[in-house]
Design a protein around this ligand. Structure first.
Ligand SMILES: *[C@@H]1O[C@H](CO)[C@@H](O)[C@H](O)[C@H]1NC(C)=O
Ligand SMILES: *[C@@H]1O[C@H](CO)[C@@H](O)[C@H](O)[C@H]1NC(C)=O
Ligand SMILES: *[C@@H]1O[C@H](CO)[C@@H](O)[C@H](O)[C@H]1NC(C)=O
Ligand SMILES: *[C@@H]1O[C@H](CO)[C@@H](O)[C@H](O)[C@H]1NC(C)=O
Ligand SMILES: *[C@@H]1O[C@H](CO)[C@@H](O)[C@H](O)[C@H]1NC(C)=O
Ligand SMILES: *[C@@H]1O[C@H](CO)[C@@H](O)[C@H](O)[C@H]1NC(C)=O
Ligand SMILES: *[C@@H]1O[C@H](CO)[C@@H](O)[C@H](O)[C@H]1NC(C)=O
Length: 337
């Protein structure tokens, strides 16, 4: 923190309990938005900064319409008090919107607790959102913006802190941060966030996935309390499908860095599925498979035991025939239910 010259210390705001901190950068007033989130402005906290209003033809939310630009000093930081050891979500948003009339969207560095988080590359008219979930290592969280190139002034539009339940994302080693690449509500028409998602995770609608048909569940009640990572009901209510059951759905998640670890969970439990299991041996990134409480028949396929990353396999309450293949029974790291 030695190089951190200006600190906004919101000592009176802390993210404990269910409290949340939402900063509308460049704004001066405090207000409550349509999702019941309370936003505070950051006027008067930084000397070497200016607030600005975007001049975009795109309609943007109230939060994105103002920004704070740092006009001097190489590095500027927002510091928030937090509970050490708690799991938090931090979301930083950047919308250039040609606020300076130069049509020159800048690039700069984003730092989390003094470590490199990302290089922010802004565009003329598209908001950029950077999000991380991690276990706080001290009693503060610091988010810094650092200028790296002449005339490319760092700016920020919004900064949000949310406390998460420490039981979610338990599969992830608490010493690692979880950077969000995408979070999609397939088949949904609108963005889902607070209050539908109690943690205010933002789920982007994935409706227009080429060739896919959006479908809605007619279930009266989807009980999400037992599902891991607490997905909001609104997200599970919609889906995408294909007009023919023999067709596949291909999703292409993009990962920035080669060698990223991936945790993939296939949960098709309690869906009244029948017949034999198809060959999905190419889905070798799967870590958990839950097919319990269906009416699946036929032999338990051999390939399940050969999925390189599989740790949890739940086939309980089905009508499989035959023996458990040796690939599964002799697989020491695989837990079969
Ligand atoms: C907004 O629209 C005007 C007129 O159509 C255009 O000249 C201008 O470049 C647009 N601004 C941005 C930021 O796209
Ligand atoms: C989404 O929008 C389409 C078209 O406007 C509508 O037919 C459909 O019912 C909507 N779905 C949901 C889940 O709101
Ligand atoms: C869906 O995406 C295609 C191209 O990807 C586009 O041409 C079409 O207009 C989109 N439809 C809707 C309803 O957004
Ligand atoms: C949801 O499931 C949990 C655990 O099985 C149960 O305790 C709870 O009562 C259920 N909630 C509703 C609304 O059915
Ligand atoms: C799969 O989803 C059901 C709820 O539909 C949940 O009870 C179960 O814990 C989930 N399994 C896994 C491995 O996440
Ligand atoms: C169904 O899936 C196939 C690929 O398996 C795709 O080519 C086709 O466009 C899809 N059709 C519909 C109507 O979703
Ligand atoms: C099993 O799945 C059916 C739907 O297929 C559901 O109605 C039932 O509640 C599920 N049973 C358990 C124990 O989850």
């Amino acid at each position: 923190m030695a190089g951190c010259l200006v600190i906004l210390f919101l000592a009176f705001l802390s993210i404990s309990g269910n409290a949340q901190v939402s900063i509308d950068c460049g704004a001066s007033e405090t207000y409550t938005d349509e999702n019941s989130l309370v936003w505070i402005g950051d006027d008067g906290f930084f000397k070497n900064s200016e607030s600005a209003v975007v001049r975009s033809n795109n309609t943007v939310s109230h939060v994105m319409s103002t920004l704070r630009v740092f006009t001097s000093l190489k590095k500027n930081c927002y510091t928030i008090r937090a509970d050490k050891g708690s799991l938090v979500l931090v979301r930083a948003s950047f919308f250039y919107g040609n606020y300076d009339k130069k049509s020159s969207p800048p690039s700069f560095l984003l730092l989390l607790d003094g470590n490199y988080w990302s290089t922010v590359k802004t565009t003329l008219d598209e908001p950029g959102i950077y999000e991380v979930m991690y276990v706080v290592k001290s009693d503060t969280i610091s988010i810094c913006l650092a200028q790296t190139q002449p005339n490319q002034l760092p700016f920020i539009s919004a900064l949000e802190f949310r406390k998460l339940d420490s039981t979610i994302y338990a599969i992830v080693d608490p010493n690692y941060a979880l950077f969000v690449r995408s979070r999609t509500a397939f088949g949904a028409n609108l963005t889902v966030r607070f209050p539908d998602d109690v943690y205010d995770r933002i789920w982007v609608p994935g409706r227009n996935v080429s060739g896919r048909v959006p479908v809605a569940s007619d279930a009266k009640l989807i009980n999400v309390t037992t599902a891991p990572d607490n997905p909001p009901r609104k997200v599970l209510q919609n889906a995408i499908t294909n007009s023919s059951s023999s067709d596949s759905i291909t999703l292409n998640p993009s990962f920035h860095d080669h060698g990223d670890s991936v945790y993939m969970n296939l949960n098709l439990s309690s869906l009244d599925l029948s017949g034999p299991l198809p060959d999905f041996s190419s889905m070798d990134a799967l870590v958990t498979i839950d097919l319990h409480n269906n009416s699946l028949t036929g032999p338990i396929p051999d390939f399940l035991g050969a999925l390189a990353n599989l740790v949890d396999l739940n086939l309980a309450d089905n009508s499989f025939s035959g023996l458990i293949p040796p690939s599964i029974s002799s697989n020491k790291k695989l837990k079969l239910v």
